[in-house]
Design a protein around this ligand. Structure first.
Ligand code: SF4
Length: 350
């Protein structure tokens, strides 16, 4: 499960798909008490994995620690994504003690010039690099990096990866620029060309051959059996994949849900539709009423079918709200009886 603990952000990155700091959700964010009530409810569900997203989660740091304590005590793995700018040694230690074991920091470039051009804040590159170092030093099990390709930084993918390798990062994730939110507004200046994307994919495939090893094999660079530090994972993500798979092969049993900062339950962060709100009913009640089957809902399928490539995300259609600009289509699994009530199959899936 992912949870936007806030949509406020101290950055205004040019590519931010959910327009953090400016989107309509900010005015309606859950209070601390509402978030804690949600956390206690979730603890009973014993989630596999819970991730703090945003916005910048460290803007609600104390709350983040309290939620992490509740969920890690129930056996869930707890992680976060962050721009890294607010991470200090003291905070990292406290978060680790609260049960958070994994973190992801964004680093889209190997130098301050290209990174800060996208992120808009002087000094932010150094802070992101420092955050990675701190998280490693205080003992986070996994520290990953997300790299967003733009027409400006796309040639830095390998050098940024090598910088991350030096820093002891566990995983390096790249996915196409989302044509949503500020990414859509700024597409003209930052969207890579199709040729640049082809080069990027080729580079990533070559990087995998060069830097990723099978268990027990020998490192081509230093001839040693690769240690964890050597064997860093490289991922090229497809953000559209779940919009094709979930409404078809796993429609009866999805394993992921996201909660927006205003308590609404999203089907996908890339679709303008929500299927409940924890201000109306507890999250566990939605699970009992078949939340794992939310991809069966005809309106959800209809919206998902519109998106078969990243390009489709930015398509404007007057009849459909624009994701992260307009209010979502607000359905309620329980109040609107969307799935005809609970059944044993959905309970088993949850
Ligand atoms: S991309 Fe991340 S850091 Fe940048 S504005 Fe959005 S939430 Fe904030």
């Amino acid at each position: 499960m992912s949870f936007d603990i806030t949509n406020k952000c101290n950055f205004r990155c040019l590519h931010c798909y959910n327009r953090s700091g400016e989107n309509p959700v900010i005015a309606k964010e859950l209070t601390d008490d509402e978030v804690l009530e949600f956390a206690y409810d979730l603890a009973n569900l014993k989630l596999f994995n819970f991730c703090f997203c945003g916005g910048e989660p460290f803007l609600r740091f104390e709350l983040m620690c309290k939620v992490a304590e509740i969920l890690s005590a129930s056996g869930s793995m707890v992680s976060f994504v962050s721009n890294g700018s607010l991470i200090t040694e003291e905070k990292a230690k406290k978060l680790l003690a609260s049960g958070v074991t994994r973190g992801q920091v964004s680093l889209d470039g190997d130098n301050p010039v290209s990174y800060e051009r996208l992120r808009g804040l002087e000094g932010s590159f150094e802070k992101a690099v420092n955050a990675i170092k701190i998280l490693k030093e205080v003992g986070f099990k996994e520290v990953d990096v997300a790299f967003c390709p733009t027409s400006w930084n796309i040639n830095e993918v390998e050098s940024t990866f090598l910088l991350c390798k030096e820093l002891g990062v566990s995983g390096f994730r790249v996915q196409p620029l989302m044509l949503l939110g500020r990414g859509k507004e700024n597409a003209e200046s930052i969207l890579p060309t199709p040729l640049q994307y082809r080069e990027l994919v080729k580079t990533i495939n070559l990087m995998k051959e060069k830097y990723m090893f099978e268990e027990g094999s020998t490192c081509a660079v230093c001839s040693l059996t690769p240690s964890a530090a050597h064997n860093m994972n490289i991922e090229w993500g497809d953000p559209v994949d779940h919009l094709i798979r979930f409404p078809t092969i796993v429609e009866h049993c999805s394993t992921f849900a996201g909660l927006k900062a205003d308590g609404s339950i999203q089907v996908s962060p890339y679709l303008p539709i929500t299927v409940g709100n924890i201000r109306r009913h507890k999250f566990s009640e939605y699970c009992d009423k078949g939340l794992a089957r939310m991809w069966e809902i005809p309106k959800v399928k209809e919206l998902a079918r519109r998106v078969v490539s990243v390009k489709d995300m930015g398509r404007s259609d007057k009849a459909i709200p624009t994701v992260w600009f307009d209010d979502d289509i607000d359905l309620d699994l329980i109040d609107d009886n969307l799935l005809g009530g609970a059944d044993e199959r959905s309970k088993t899936c949850v």
